[in-house]
Ligand binder design. Structure first.
Ligand code: F6P
Length: 327
């Protein structure tokens, strides 16, 4: 058995695109660390704060009242500086200077790549997946996904009211540059006619055919969810459908960053709390170079190397379900 070295100081940061639930994750990390008699430091603005030594000591009261707030109290950034060798060297220097012996990184794909880069250079890191895209390999759900999905659903429900009053087709753009998870799930639970995602190529003609068919079947509205990374661009599609005269007139709604904000749902708060606890327990037990993942109903630890070398894509069974349920 390898001996586990006791740790005394732990730091936590949030990085990349914010996701609702980052705050409850920070709270859980801080309070679990305090329960283990560790000193805790919050790093401001993700990897930028690491490079510039923006470390602040956090106590239990500092993370009070943040559970229900979207965004991140630590602020976040997509750090260009950290992508360079020099940036990483400076970050490691600051971690050593502050005597940090475990770092928790809360963020998405790019942030976990950064965490892996640090762990390759000997930094004891534990990752927590947080990104509304749900494109992170090794966890069923990332923090923020459920809240974003509920926001999309709320918008789609409202759009259907106006769509069916005018017999229109609404094209709704969701986030998701490389993964169609949000679009597919919103398509099923929002009752969309079809979804367009980066993983599947569909021609404008095929889409027009499906929308026209829905009109002929007497539908009062058609909702088409378009992931932002889909090959077909939403404005081009709107123009094409209007020119092809598919029956419905079209309108476009781009949900944009609204999907990133808002109160985290019960699911996200619980997921974030469990992940925060698990991350600190991993650090206390000397388990580094890993990400906390939700597997089934259990929390697990997944090597960061696996997380960053694989890509999570939308589920094709769910994708097919959208069309089948749209009869
Ligand atoms: O990765 C999360 C995400 O919200 C993506 O869905 C989106 O493409 C991107 O971030 C937007 O990034 P930014 O907030 O930097 O414009």
């Amino acid at each position: 058995m390898t001996q586990v070295l006791p740790i005394e100081r732990i730091a936590v940061l949030t990085s990349g695109g914010d996701a609702p639930g980052m705050n409850p994750a920070i709270r859980a990390v801080v309070r679990t660390a305090l329960a283990h008699d560790l000193e805790v430091y919050g790093v401001e603005e993700g990897y930028n704060g690491l490079i510039h030594g923006a470390f602040n000591r956090l106590e239990a009261r500092d993370v009070g009242g943040i559970m229900q707030r979207g965004g991140t109290m630590l602020m976040t950034a997509r750090s260009k500086e950290f992508m360079t060798e020099r940036g990483q060297r400076e970050a490691i220097h600051e971690l050593n200077k502050h005597g940090i012996d475990a770092l928790v990184v809360i963020g998405g794909d790019g942030s976990l790549r950064g965490a892996y880069a640090l762990s390759q250079q000997g930094v004891p890191v534990v990752g927590i997946p947080a990104s509304i895209d749900n494109d992170i390999w090794g966890t069923n759900m990332a923090i923020g996904v459920d809240t974003a999905l509920n926001t999309i659903l709320d918008a789609v429900d409202k759009l259907r009211d106006t769509a069916s009053s005018h017999q229109r087709a609404f094209l709704v753009e969701t986030m998701g540059r490389e993964c169609g998870y949000l679009a597919v799930m919103a398509g099923i639970i929002g009752g969309a006619e079809m979804v367009l995602i980066p993983e599947v190529q569909v021609t404008l003609d095929e889409i027009a055919g499906a929308v026209e068919d829905a009109y002929r079947r007497g539908k009062t509205h058609a909702i088409i969810i378009v992931a932002e990374g889909a090959e077909v661009k939403i404005q081009d599609l709107a123009r094409y459908l209007d020119e092809a005269d598919v029956g419905f007139k079209t309108r476009v709604t781009i949900l944009g960053h609204i999907q990133r904000g808002g109160r985290p749902t019960a699911f996200d708060r619980l997921l974030a709390s469990r992940m925060g606890v698990k991350a600190v327990e991993a650090a206390v037990n000397g388990r580094f170079g890993v990400m906390v993942g939700l597997r089934g109903r259990e929390m697990s630890l997944v090597p960061l190397k696996d997380v960053i070398s694989r890509q999570r894509k939308a589920n094709m069974e769910y994708f097919a379900m959208v069309r089948m349920l749209a009869r």
